[in-house]
Design a protein around this ligand. Structure first.
Ligand code: 0O2
Length: 214
């Protein structure tokens, strides 16, 4: 989709971007604090790493157009929840639920929506846990609130989603059926691998406990 903002809309969007950068920084700092807490106070940190990004104007325009919406700064603000986005990568699927609970209990975040594609994957094979949270900007921004999308996934889910996204982008929604099928099969295998790695991890824990009790 070759969508573009008109110059005056682009100028408005550029100004609005400061709000999303600000919301992203607030959420990222809170998540870095959670990460620091786990490193300092717990024996195991469920967070592997955290990535933050702002959606590029071309992608915002493309998504608005795909949704049949006007390519304007107002429409972007009203309709898109992932202009500011964060990805939290964990080692195991079980960690995702633990981190999601902590995030949901953060007093500065208001949870707007929650989608569990970990237990209920998309038809493409996509697995991740999505949370949309809202945070308040400072008084200079009239205490407005902005949304940030947080995607939680394991390293294996991230590996698959990154490659599938690349294929999806290349074919612009018209992915050849054999490729889509191959990706669906790989998603199944990745899921199996995720579960097997977790079992090995649990087994090692049991062995360690046994040795400590000897
Ligand atoms: P990008 O380029 O990653 O930002 P929405 O997309 O928010 O209008 P929906 O369907 O309610 O509507 O959102 P959903 O399903 O929660 O998906 C939002 C984001 O999740 C997508 O954003 C992707 O990042 C990711 N996602 C969802 N489904 C898939 C999938 O099948 N494969 C991959 N690789 N990623 C997926 P964008 O804007 O589509 O893409």
């Amino acid at each position: 989709l070759n969508a573009r903002f008109k110059p005056e809309e682009f100028e408005r969007l550029k100004r609005d971007m400061v709000q999303y950068e600000s919301a992203l920084a607030v959420v990222k700092t809170q998540l870095d604090n959670i990460n620091a807490y786990y490193n300092a106070y717990e024996t195991i940190n469920p967070i592997e790493h955290i990535k933050a990004r702002i959606k590029a104007p071309e992608s915002i325009a493309g998504k608005l157009m795909k949704k049949g919406l006007p390519v304007t700064a107002d429409a972007a603000q009203a309709e898109l929840s992932d202009i500011a986005g964060i990805r939290i990568i964990s080692s195991y699927a079980k960690n995702i639920y633990e981190i999601a609970e902590v995030i949901k209990n953060q007093p500065d975040f208001t949870v707007i929506s929650e989608k569990d594609y970990v237990t209920n994957p998309k038809p493409s094979g996509y697995r991740s846990y999505h949370l949309i949270v809202e945070v308040q900007l400072g008084s200079l921004f009239n205490n407005q609130r902005r949304r940030v999308e947080i995607q939680l996934r394991t390293q294996a889910m991230d590996f698959w989603a990154t490659l599938e996204h690349k294929a999806r982008y290349k074919y612009r929604g018209e992915m050849p059926a054999p490729l889509a099928e191959e990706l669906q099969n790989s998603a199944g295998q990745i899921h199996e691998l995720d579960e097997r790695m977790y079992l090995i991890h649990e087994l090692l824990d049991l062995i360690n406990e046994g040795e400590n009790n000897d």
